[in-house]
Design a protein around this ligand. Structure first.
Ligand code: NDP
Length: 328
């Protein structure tokens, strides 16, 4: 019997439990590629899965962890051979399909991306789902026709994972970046990533007017709820907001005013099921455009044994930037 070590979420009469235990390979779910996982990341959704705070886990037992990098052990997919280094984000891994906080994973080859040239497996997971989502957000703003010449770009939840990478990417692309954060102490950190201005998130997190002073041409919003309503209300005419997160809440208490009176566009970002061509384009751009010194500055390393305490930490907004989980 072949087993490997994994964090496992189980559901019992007393609610959800999380244990670190041996997992039998015979209990793997269907998939045509088996990967020795070397690194994973910590994302907001991992916090929800680890704590059971929201019902992101929809199959029990579940190995949480929504993204990984690792080395192919066996493959029935002609696109991958043993020894290839691969990256996975999304596709329900860690939610409906056994996930990343484990020494091994079996997944569909169609979900994988080869490790982009120029990145190590650790750097790929320092970027992780959050950084990849930041790139999808930048791509959506660009596809809308926006450039730094149109005006500043706002990033909300700026000290978090999506936010930190978004600040670095937008600054590198020439934008005047306004970083919104609730953490005064992270002002120097955000300036180091390229933020030109810092604003207090309290300005945006309480209900405001349907239309307010025009302040930014573009925004990457990781926060949702009242914050997103205020972000829309202060977006310049014909600007756009890439909505990717819900750290404040799932609701959106807004009006049609920014859309019909200013032509503001709300661009939805879904990183989970992005088709392969766009996925690979995003990873290639991350490898080419993300300053690796800035990536290092936003990265904290932990071991697989630390995962159980990290769920609460990320949900309470205490985690800065990105956290890489080293597995092997
Ligand atoms: P993090 O926890 O790292 O970042 C979230 C940040 O939001 C925090 O660091 C904090 O930033 C801010 N924040 C937290 N709570 C609140 C609050 N109550 N009100 C206002 N701001 C708050 O998470 P991630 O970066 O991993 O993810 C960010 C969001 O993006 C999550 O909601 C996540 O689910 C979503 N997401 C969506 C994806 C998609 O496919 N659409 C993919 C990846 C993530 P600060 O302290 O600077 O204010």
């Amino acid at each position: 019997m072949a087993t490997f070590k994994a964090w496992v979420v189980e559901k019992g009469a007393g609610g959800q439990s999380l244990t670190f235990r041996d997992f039998d390979e015979a209990d793997f779910m269907d998939g045509d590629v088996t990967v020795r996982v070397t690194h994973s990341g910590l994302n907001y959704k991992d916090g929800l899965a680890l704590t059971g705070r929201s019902p992101v886990v929809r199959r029990w037992p579940m190995i949480p962890g929504i993204d990984f990098a690792g080395v192919v052990e066996t493959s029935d997919d002609p696109a991958y051979r043993p020894g290839d280094t691969v990256v996975l984000t999304g596709w329900g891994v860690g939610e409906t399909h056994l996930g990343a906080y484990a020494e091994k994973a079996r997944v569909n080859g169609a979900w994988l991306v080869p490790l982009p040239a120029g990145l190590s497996a650790e750097q790929a997971m320092a970027i992780g789902t959050a950084g990849y989502t930041a790139m999808l957000s930048l791509m959506a703003l660009e596809a809308h026709g926006l450039t730094p010449e149109h005006g500043p770009a706002l990033v909300t939840g700026a000290s978090g994972g999506v936010g930190s990478v978004a600040v670095a990417l937008l600054a590198r692309a020439g934008w005047h970046v306004i970083a919104s954060t609730g953490r005064d102490a992270e002002a120097d950190y955000l300036r180091g990533l390229g933020a030109a201005e810092i604003i207090d998130r309290a300005e945006l997190s309480v209900p405001g007017k349907p239309l307010a002073k025009e302040r930014w041409a573009a925004a990457v919003d990781a926060v949702g709820s009242t914050t997103l309503a205020n972000v829309l209300a202060s977006t310049r005419a014909d600007g756009a907001v890439a909505a990717c997160g819900l750290a404040q809440g799932m609701d959106l208490p807004t009006s049609v005013a920014p859309f019909i009176l200013r032509g503001v566009a709300l661009l939805g970002i879904n990183s989970v099921t992005t088709p392969q061509p766009k996925r690979r384009e995003a990873w290639a751009r991350l490898a080419a455009e993300l300053d690796l010194d800035k990536l290092a500055a936003m990265t904290t390393r932990v071991g697989l044994q630390d995962v159980d305490r990290l769920g609460e930490e990320i949900l309470s907004g205490k985690v800065r930037g990105r956290t890489v989980v080293t597995i092997a």
